[in-house]
Design a protein around this ligand. Structure first.
Ligand code: SF4
Length: 387
């Protein structure tokens, strides 16, 4: 059977739906994405536990699984929104209240155009599905994953075909869903597995609860390279594309600008933080005249980079303008060496100097401040990416 070209079941009615907005901005905090994108309204997978069903009442329809509204103009609208910078690089979740790869997609083929637009704007996404039609677009998704972070999330509620086909009659059987994960583990996209909802008396027995995580582990063992690559892929992309830029913004907007103060994370520590596009920077240090600290960057709550430092005043009497010289020099941090300030910065009789070796991945260096050529202060630093 050619699942990519099969016609959809005949009792499904399709309506054209002109959308005014493609992206829905989520107000809820704590989600790994900020926007929802749904190319259809309604979903013929007909999962018995579907939470999205009630959204159909806004369309004056009670038939969520048999009356599908098709947003044929969504590509055009999405392109305008991305061109205008609406997401600011924040994640889009595709498939919040419908499966974008439900059978209707065999006929309307909206996703390939959506993916081409996402590639054009290097837009990070999470695509959730229960249907192996997604494999039709594997090459486009892989292409997108070469430009932006992509996660393919597959929900598997039970490994039992009978249970699955009763509870989620329109979806692919569990074996085919495992296969989606296997196939995507060979691409540059990362993969995720959702074991929910847990169905009382159907999938909450001890055997299922123990078996599902084991099956996930088996997928990993079958494709160790893919899974390992996915686990570290994110870090590779970050190093290459965005980490340098983010560090420059983080450093210019914390100590160097006297901004970003947050509550202390450790006893007596002084903490400064900055957040942008899924990255979180924390600079936590102890002491004042002589001090020691650590800067750490998280991406999507995973620690990916850190730098440790120790600084000391060498002389007792410090002329006015020392702190101003240090902060001004730190404002000049560069993207290719986002550690401290520039090689040299002169401010009146003050001279700031920074020497270092290595790159963002693995580095060490020394920073000094001189007054009339006499060294007043020195700081040692080192750090790199965390794997
Ligand atoms: S796939 Fe999601 S949206 Fe579609 S019927 Fe199932 S739960 Fe509802």
């Amino acid at each position: 059977m050619d699942i990519y070209n099969n016609e959809v079941k005949s009792d499904v009615i399709f309506h054209d739906y002109k959308c005014k907005e493609a992206l829905y901005h989520l107000k809820r905090k704590g989600l790994p994405y900020s926007f929802d994108l749904n190319i259809y309204r309604g979903c013929s997978h007909n999962c018995q536990y579907c939470y999205a069903r009630k959204s159909h009442k806004y369309l004056n329809s009670k038939d969520f699984e048999n009356e599908i509204f098709v947003k044929k103009n969504i590509g055009e609208v999405l392109e305008k929104e991305l061109k205008g910078g609406r997401t600011g690089g924040k994640f889009i979740n595709i498939g919040g209240v419908c499966d974008s790869y439900q059978p209707a997609e065999k006929r309307f083929k909206l996703m390939p155009d959506i993916l081409k637009i996402l590639i054009k704007y290097k837009q990070p996404v999470i695509i959730s599905t229960k249907y192996d039609l997604i494999l039709r677009d594997i090459e486009l998704i892989d292409q997108l994953a070469h430009h932006a972070w992509v996660n393919i999330a597959v929900t598997i509620t039970s490994d039992n075909d009978k249970i699955s086909s009763k509870v989620e009659p329109g979806t692919s059987l569990p074996g085919a869903r495992w296969n989606i994960l296997q196939e995507f583990s060979k691409t540059k996209a990362s993969t995720g597995f959702h074991f929910f909802p847990i169905l009382p008396f159907l999938s909450d027995d001890k055997t299922s609860m123990e078996k599902m995580p084991t099956l996930t582990g088996r997928q990993r063992r079958k494709h160790p390279e893919g899974w390992a690559k996915n686990r570290h892929k994110m870090k590779g992309d970050i190093e290459m594309n965005n980490l340098g830029k983010f560090l420059v913004n983080a450093k210019r907007n914390t100590y160097a600008a006297q901004k970003g103060k947050v509550p202390s994370s450790r006893k007596y520590s002084k903490d400064l933080a900055f957040e942008e596009n899924g990255y979180y920077y924390l600079d936590s240090y102890f002491g004042e005249k002589d001090f020691s600290g650590e800067e750490i960057v998280y991406f999507k709550e995973l620690p990916i980079w850190s730098m440790n430092y120790y600084g000391k005043m060498i002389k007792e009497n410090i002329p006015e303008g020392f702190i101003e010289t240090l902060r001004e020099a730190l404002q000049k941090v560069s993207e290719d060496k986002p550690f401290r300030g520039p090689e040299e910065y002169i401010r009146g009789k003050y001279k700031y100097r920074c020497t270092n070796e290595g790159n963002i991945d693995f580095f060490h260096g020394t920073e000094s401040i001189f007054y009339e050529n006499e060294e007043l202060y020195r700081l040692y630093f080192h750090g790199g990416c965390i794997k």
